[in-house]
Structure formats: C-alpha cells, structure tokens
Design a protein around this ligand. Sequence first.
Ligand code: AVI
Length: 337
Amino acid sequence: MSQTSVPASLGRLDLHKVLRIKTESGFAEEVRRGLLAQPKKLLPKYFYDELGSQLFEAICLLPEYYPTRAENEILGRYADEIVNAVEGRKTLLEMGSGSAFKTRRIIEAILKEQSHLLFVPVDISATALETSSRVLLQSYPALRIEAYAGDYYDGLNALRERPEGTRTLALFLGSNIGNFDADEANKFLCALRKVLRAGDALLLGADLKKEPEVLEAAYDDALGVTAAFNRNLLVRINRELDANFNPRLFRHYVTYNEEVGVVETYIESLREQSVQIGKLALDIRFAEGERIHTENSYKYDLDGLSRMAAETGFTRTRTWLDEREQFSSNLFLAVGG
Ligand code: AVI
C-alpha cells in the first residue's frame, strides 16, 4: 500500500492521504465486467462523480426521501443521550463523514462533557475532508482533527492509536450500511470492530422496513431527481469511456423486494439497441426491457440489527427512532477482547 501523510500544517488539522493507488483503469474494467455479466450490473460507488454527488445532495432534500430528515431529527433530539450512553472521555471517529453536517450535533454534545475532542473522519474525498474540517475547526476551537482520505478499509488500516484514556465513539450514519449486502456489511463491521476496544461503541444509522409504496417513492421521486442520479451513470460512461449511451432511451426502475427487505434499482432499456464503448472496444446489445442493476438499499428491523451486531463483535444496547419510526440510530457496543 502506498501511503502519503500530509500534515496540513493548520495547527489543529492533520490530513493523511491513505488511498491505495488504484489502477486508472479500475472504472473501465468494472464497467466492462458489469456490462458483460448476465444480468448486467454497475456498481453504486460510481454514482458519485461531481454531478452525481450534487444530485445526491438534492435527493436528501426531496419530500419523498425521508432518511436524511429522520436521522437529523434523531440526532437533534437525542445527541446528549447518545453521547452519554458511552462512558468516559471520548474520541470521535466517523466513517464516510462527507460534509459532516449531522456530526455537529454529536460534537456539540461531547463538548458539553469534556473540554477537548479529537475527531477522526475517514472519507474517500480529500477535498470534502479538507473543506468540512476547516468549517468544523472554525466552529469549535476545542476540536482537533486527524482526517484520513481513502476508502473505508484504507482509512481503518491507517488509523493511529487514539488518545490514552478515551473511549472511541464511531459513527456510520445515513444508512450507508444499507448499500452493502449481508456479507459486505459483516466484513465492514468486523474490520471496524478490530480497530475498536471493548467498551468503545458504534452509532449505526439504519433505515427500517416499511410499506413498499413509501420506499418506492423514496427511490423514485416525482421530480425525477433519483432517476437523473441513476442514469447519470450512463453519462459518466459516455464521458470517461467514450461511449454513446442515449440516456433518453433508458428509464429508471425501482422495486422493493419485500421478502428480502431491499430496494433494488435498475436502468432499463426502452427498446432493443446496441451501445458502443470506445475505450473498451465493446459493442453492448440490449433487449427491450433489459435491465442493468445499479444499487441495493437494504432495510432492517431491530432483530436483524441485533443479529448483525452479535455476528460482528458488538451488542445493540440502545436504539433511537424518529417520531414516525421510519429510521433507526443504533448504539452497537464493542464486546469481547
Ligand atoms: C447513500 N445511500 C445510503 C443512499 C440510499 O438510500 O441507499 C443512496 C441513494 N440512492 C438513491 N437514493 C439514495
């Protein structure tokens, strides 16, 4: 692993760039594999180019997309209780911190109890980390930030020892866990558990199972923002891989698989057509109605969350819900050695 450590010399901010050098062709190869697979698929991590990230911010403001508002409501109302549920002085770790907007409630609650706080955010985007860190440092003079720019595993591998005598409260918010299937979620939680000590804790955001109509509307909004977010994958492939997808000839398709508890998202071809991808020297044929799978968003119930905790070295000790009981914030206490 190639690792560069860049002390940002801002006094209270250290930014470590720990992203393993991944081949330039990673996107190209995954697109090749996905579009040659049967059924066709593309990975959701590729939604988040510049436009995709902005579209996701817009999704979070949509009336139908309740998870962001519900989680904000929980953190606004229960941050003190959440923080007090973990004993002792704390260090705060956040996986996938992004703008760290929701984190502010937790930081403020911790700073009511202790004079200083080390915040350790991990995010794939060095730019987002630096911007959000500067804003946080301006708001909170008692904060120090040690930020890691890399994917979740790069970040976890690179984490340094936390300050003596503090417990770590880790955050994984926004139902990001829902974009992992069961094996990936277990692998991620086990890797996180390894860097925690018994008595440390994880606050895990998880969206709850509910009526299919509510879930399908959340992922297929009336304005078509989520449709644009999904089909932007085609625009990205056109731009980066010299392809000729016509996004108008594909539609956004969403279905809630109630048996499994997962919202499945696809891009569906409106007619028989073929698409050329210049940089891959590929000609991809689509039948009318053929779909590319682009995302799974798993939904949970409290028993499932308890099981997931138990399988990964945690126990679910507390859960807070929003008023409409749509979303859950769960305290997973790290148990064992
Ligand atoms: C980032 N993730 C938790 C979102 C979700 O709800 O699965 C991504 C998303 N896809 C469509 N809308 C939101």
